[in-house]
Write a protein that binds this ligand. Sequence first.
Ligand SMILES: C=C1C[C@]23C[C@@]1(O)CC[C@H]2[C@@]12CCC[C@@](C)(C(=O)O1)[C@H]2[C@@H]3C(=O)O
Ligand SMILES: O=C(O)CCC(=O)C(=O)O
Ligand SMILES: [Fe+2]
Length: 354
Amino acid sequence: MNNNNSISASFKTNPTINLDHIIPLDFKTVLKLPKSHSWSTTTTSTHVEVDEGVPVVDLADPEALTLIRGACEKWGMFQVTNHGVPIKLLKQIEFQSKKLFGLPTNQKLLAVRSPEECTGYGLPRISTFFSKLFWSEGFSIMGSPLHHARQLWPNHHFDFCNVMVEYQKELMGLTERILGLMFTSLDLTQEDVKCFSESKNGSKHPQALLQLNSYPICPDPTRAMGLAPHTDSSLLTLLYQTNISGLQVFRENVGWVLVNPISGAFVVNVGDLMHIICNGRFKTALHRALVNQTHHRISVAYFYGPPKDVNISPSIKLVDRDHPILYRPVTWKEFLDSKATHFNKALDFIRFDV
Ligand SMILES: C=C1C[C@]23C[C@@]1(O)CC[C@H]2[C@@]12CCC[C@@](C)(C(=O)O1)[C@H]2[C@@H]3C(=O)O
Ligand SMILES: O=C(O)CCC(=O)C(=O)O
Ligand SMILES: [Fe+2]
């Protein structure tokens, strides 16, 4: 799916940038944090302790709708349990990710993401917005991972590919179920949220990207950044953060709050597009990942969005005299283009002055 027809084209790396922003360091050989990866300690300063953390929602709970609405309004994030995705699949994707990131660097570079593309091995795209580099590496997949998996393991890519494909199938089902709950919690029906109706070129398919993240053991975590603060551009992101902590979410007037790993749970992030549809009522979650000195951390993010050329705009049901319309219509493609230039300010560029 690496063509101009998909959203992948919108978050391609600017071809003129330094390859340092694509090719990760050979982390295993580094005993001291290099200057290139040394952030000021104020940027990496750790989280605050809070009494009540990110809400956890058991999908079988009769109160799930109310809990989800409250969590999205207050945190832009919650964790889900009892979601139906087999634990075995979660263990398998963790295993396959570790297998991939454990390869020697020269082998991983066989599948490096090219500047024009969105899939393959490399540093997270947002690294181009920062002068310091991240203590992390990633592998992005859209649809079939076959092309890059063959480059890594010419004869032994079957298990990897099967797990990635199965995981994407399961996560698409779960994401759509959670999206339905989120809309229902605001009394919105399918008709109220037009983003899945026919797109201009007749394609009705939602778009999704699977991102495997690896945060190697770090010699000086107090000065390193795994993934800098950002919001996801998606409608919704489902993150499996294994059992090693590192994810933090920002709360206004509170600070950075740790998202405690819960065995077998998914973290659900409200993305920018959901924030637009809800006219700001559900908050897009500002989050980041820090690293540690003892454990290699893996996380798996599934970004889900609408067909690329469908207009996304605030639902009129959530607009009234007290809640004026905040955003103008935008397609996911246009928004990703804007995000690739304006990064965390992209929402401001489509906001009406109120
Ligand atoms: C579908 C997408 C979401 C994403 C941009 C992209 O087109 C492809 C990569 C995704 C990712 C993964 C790491 C974090 C993130 C912020 C980034 O830079 O690239 C997200 C993007 C996003 O949500 O904007
Ligand atoms: O690794 C994590 O906990 C966060 C990953 C993330 O935010 C992302 O991939 O967008
Ligand atoms: Fe994210």
